[in-house]
Design a protein around this ligand. Sequence first.
Ligand code: ATP
Ligand code: MG
Length: 399
Amino acid sequence: MPDRVTVLLAAGGEAWEAPALRLLNGGASLVLKRCVDLTDLLASAGTGEADVAVVSGELSGLDADAVVQLLRDDVRCVAVGGDQDALTRIGVVAAVAEPDLALLPDVVGSAGTRELVVDPEPEREPSFDRAGTRGRVVAVHGPAGAPGRTTLAIGLAAEHAHRGHGTVLVDADPHGGAVAQHLGVLDEVSGLLAAARLVNAGSLDAAAFARCRRQVSERFEVLTGLPRPDRWVEARPGVLDAVLERAAEVGDVIVDTGFSLEDDADLGRPVSRNQLTLDALATADHVVAVGTAEPTGLARLARTLVELREHTDAPVTVVVNRMRDSLGWGRRDIVGMVEGYIRPAGVHFLPEDRATVDKALVAGRSVVELGDSALRRAIAEVHARVLAGHAAQKPPISR
Ligand SMILES: Nc1ncnc2c1ncn2[C@@H]1O[C@H](COP(=O)(O)OP(=O)(O)OP(=O)(O)O)[C@@H](O)[C@H]1O
Ligand SMILES: [Mg+2]
């Protein structure tokens, strides 16, 4: 039975062990082994047969390192009892309070497979293939306040595909992916989690990666993002690097990232909450920094431009979104401000255009696919700066 979730149980002698065993052997899951302690659990996970570890929240030695070691063996950790906040911080996927034990089968079920199953479609031919050349990686980043990272990343990818280039859009926002929703990809499977799982298992080959992606249009494919913000922990360091390397084998790659560059891989966290964003920026050949044109947006953008210097050596193109005349400053003022912080590859402006973005959101399409608009023309200008004329062969990624 391929979709039975296999479980290792390490209850540390707690009284809930017997009822948990009964609940978890009920049908959708199967307990492979009762482990006597953490050492036993880690060794058992190493056999590669288990999907989920159900552990006592008080299990002796359970810490961030142990959780990451389990993830490397592709085993997600669900805790029963203990301090839920502290457990979530060390990377436990879900924590169930002891009185709620009846919820355990559901929690284990969703931790186990649902969002992680790759497309069962048999060996579909990739819709495009670069035949041995490597595509470019463009990371779209920007500060908090929803400046339009996703809208722009989708627009750039759609424009690039529209111009005849194989394009992979990777949703790497660690705070929860939105690309699938924007594009109407109604699929419960997370391409990114599926790919992460394959990386952990050492089996992300070209065919497996093709099954993780979804097709949007003829030359436009998407790797959908995290289904819930709390799954960020599975993007341990190295996962996105491997994914982007594969993606660049099949096309030029646009990466939608999160808003924060803070490296918070301490305070008991196994990896930084922003690991995906940091990895995307470190790998990118070109970074697009997007901010909004109003005062708070520009102040945040300025801080981002300063912070970016520490995270990438790639050229940075600045995009100021939602530009409108009523703000009282012009393009020249903003270009001057930007150049006070960095030497940009270019500074571009996207107009405030609620009607077009709303139409795109409702239709589940990119603004590019809707036909001509001021916003689309502005995105095409950014595309020309960042991606046009760059579809040439490049050497393999080196960091
Ligand atoms: N040029 C524009 N004119 C009007 N509305 C826009 C424009 N660009 C983006 N928006 C709207 O702003 C909102 C945020 O955009 P988007 O989701 O792309 O931002 P984000 O930076 O990815 O945000 P998040 O932090 O949620 O990931 C959306 O409702 C989007 O439709
Ligand atoms: Mg977004």
